[in-house]
Design a protein around this ligand. Sequence first.
Ligand SMILES: *Cc1c(COP(=O)(O)O)cnc(C)c1O
Length: 452
Amino acid sequence: MQTKITLNESDIPTQWYNIIPDLPEPPPPVLHPGTHQPVGPDDLAPLFPMALILQEVSQESYVDIPGEVLDVYKMWRPTPMFRAHRLEKALDTPARIYYKYEGVSPAGSHKPNTAVPQAFYNSQEGVKKLTTETGAGQWGSALALACALFGLECEVWQVAASFDLKPYRKIMMETWGATVHSSPSDLTSAGRAILEADPDSPGSLGIAISEAIEVAAQDPDIRYSLGSVLNHVLMHQTVIGEEALKQMALIDEQPDLLVGCTGGGSNFGGLSFPFLREKMAGNMDPTVRCVEPAACPSLTKGEYRYDFGDTAGMAPMVKMHTLGHDFVPEPIHAGGLRYHGMSPLVSHIYELGLVEAEAIHQVECFEAGVLFARTEGILPAPEPTHAIAAAIREANRCKESGEEKVILTALCGHGHFDLASYGAYLAGELVDYDYPDEAVAAAMERVPVVAD
Ligand SMILES: *Cc1c(COP(=O)(O)O)cnc(C)c1O
């Protein structure tokens, strides 16, 4: 009875997979926030290094991973895949549940898979400092680590709700050499405008992105780095799915269902895109499902239209499932899932019918996370408890039907810095938030209408 499916260092993928050329239709173009015209590489150059801009629009199916990046990946990759025998037994399900565990990275999540190449390409182009946003702190930690490894400065705006709730993430970022601010801050005009309207703003990823972009855009030595949403970020994360394909093949299994939590879509895309390639080629036929919080349901309830990536409207406009760029989600504990939009690529693939989506409330997710911890031992981050809850729903359906489905999910991070959230759950203090239809309808009215 195998529990851990491991690979050798020589099995680390040497190329990232770009799903775009394999799709039946290309995703819609990115637009300039002011002119609403498609952006060219030069428009993005104040924010990103050229190597990443070219990856963002690449039409190549595979991009070589630089040796310097592979050397860092070897610090924790390949990551293990586990069969959740004990969870299956507790559920009394005939389903077989597997999880690919990304919490073994030094930062504790999948985020270093893209932080490392982003810091590398920026250092190659002579950039001195990277700015970024972070929610729960997973992305800020990953970028702080990557900047330390490639000799860059790192400045992070952390969403206020998480800054207050998760103080040890800040210390971790500072230990790796980063500077961390609570967002909204009085350091930027975007932050000051929000504070003026609401001095107690809990912040949002959209606001923190505006602050980080504003600072980067003003200084040629500074670039901005985004930990999710963009095509190149999802591409970097495909090392997860490429390894998982090899691991499933080793034990002669094929997934019937892939589930992943979706904040901006990067761990989900990273796991699922290589499997979708195989599905589109007719080699397997898994159902692929996104799971999002009921309090921030961009795929299941958002509109598919052009919107700004940030709250202040400085970031390019992308066509995505959105709740409106100034929608501030309730302060749920899965800080990494509190983004008003969804990756344009995941949104496009959802519109094409290649993946499905469901939304789950946070109490059910924490219940799933606690059951997972008590059976599998690992204490999951609040974000992947959404995927675990969805896997458990499916396993329970299999118990009813007797189907022996193979379920695969990404356990994209551990929850060791999220213990205050578990504490609140264990004390019975967590509440479910519903999607406030009126607030979102109002936010959608403030999104400029852009003709396709
Ligand atoms: C950032 C983060 C998320 C949300 O981002 P995605 O791009 O959707 O993956 C989810 N889980 C963890 C552990 C994260 O750090």
